[in-house]
Design a protein around this ligand. Sequence first.
Ligand code: SF4
Length: 128
Amino acid sequence: MSETTPISWADSTCNPTMGCTGCELWNEDRKTCYAGSQHVKYGQARQGYSPTFEKITFWPGRVESTAKLPDLRGFRRHEKPWLDGSRRLIFLSDMGDSLCSPVPFEWLRGGQPTGRTATTSSVPRLPA
Ligand code: SF4
């Protein structure tokens, strides 16, 4: 979690999980995902990263801490005036994909990771 970020469209970042199972930007043939590249650089060295990008790690408390950051409506963002008037804009999962399939829905609801892999049958249906 970072209260500030150089990302132009966001005020803060929050990563309830780190890492990702990949996509067309991160696979055996291609390694161009920024989050993946950052993990290659820092994954073994910096606290708060997954040891490797492909290993999803869970970080309890980050969402709760981020949710406690003050609202920014009514404040001038001197470095990002284009965001003035908006609530705090938080980039969720800039260092991975918290919606990738190994992340259990229980975790996204605020529970603890169960260690099991999410399956289609475990995904609750939206009300009709
Ligand atoms: S974080 Fe996003 S862009 Fe990067 S590998 Fe995962 S799905 Fe792809």
